[in-house]
Design a protein around this ligand. Structure first.
Ligand code: DC
Length: 221
């Protein structure tokens, strides 16, 4: 599943994984974890990203996923649960330039191919259908209007106890769309054989039904 930021890809992917027993892999969380590492280690400053130091440290970064008692997945960076930190505004504001670095993409894509190599995975991101698994059995490209996506991200952050400014969230969504779609390596674009879902005006129930219908059609083939 690929698509724009905050359009509900991960909600869809998690639900489908729960319904099918497949493993869910959130590739955006991996780029967010790298970004958190940069922020915590002073690798992002007014002059941009210290790519020399990041490239040196990257092989030692251990990004993995765990599950809490209620079955909710969380992201680990070098053995530490960083799920909350990677969803905050600071990481969101810096993740697109980090994820545009070719050596970062190369390292993450290699890990994603290992994680998904045995099949039975639902992976969401920006380049899964185009680069990571171009032969995936089902490719879905999810999108929604940017104001709808900003509102969703805003509501989600408030629910988690943060107090963001809606205009900042909207600006961040637009900026990420731009950077994600214009970078040189694996830009966000729809794979030619992806099915497009614009869920701006869909209810959750309609979306669930849409997803299950396409999943069942794909496994029947
Ligand atoms: O899905 P997300 O918003 O958590 O992703 C965070 C950022 O990571 C997003 O701005 C683009 C980048 N990303 C990427 O470049 N490739 C992926 N496969 C997944 C995410």
């Amino acid at each position: 599943m690929d698509g724009h930021s905050s359009c509900g890809k991960s909600t869809m992917a998690k639900k489908l994984a729960a319904a099918t027993g497949y493993t869910y892999i959130d590739t955006g969380a991996m780029y967010r974890a790298v970004t958190l590492f940069c922020l915590e280690n002073g690798l992002i400053g007014s002059n941009g990203i210290d790519t020399v130091e990041l490239e040196r440290c990257l092989p030692d970064l251990n990004i993995s996923f765990g599950k809490d008692d209620e079955g909710r997945q969380f992201t680990m960076l070098n053995g530490r649960n960083v799920e909350r930190e990677i969803r905050g505004m600071e990481v969101s504001s810096n993740v697109s330039p980090v994820s545009a670095l070719p050596f970062v993409r190369e390292a993450m894509v290699a890990q994603q191919r290992i994680m998904g190599g045995k099949g039975a995975v639902i992976m969401d991101g920006r380049d899964i259908g185009t680069t990571v698994f171009p032969d995936a059995e089902l490719k879905i490209f999810v999108t929604a209007r940017d104001d709808v996506r900003a509102q969703r991200r805003y509501d989600e952050m408030r629910q988690k106890g943060d107090n963001p400014v809606y205009e900042d969230v909207l600006e961040n969504v637009r900026q990420r769309d731009y950077i994600d779609s214009h970078r040189d390596v694996s830009p966000l674009r729809q794979a030619p054989d992806a099915i497009v879902l614009d869920n701006s005006d869909m209810t959750m129930a309609e979306q669930d039904e849409w997803l299950m219908r396409h999943y069942l059609a794909a496994v029947k083939e």
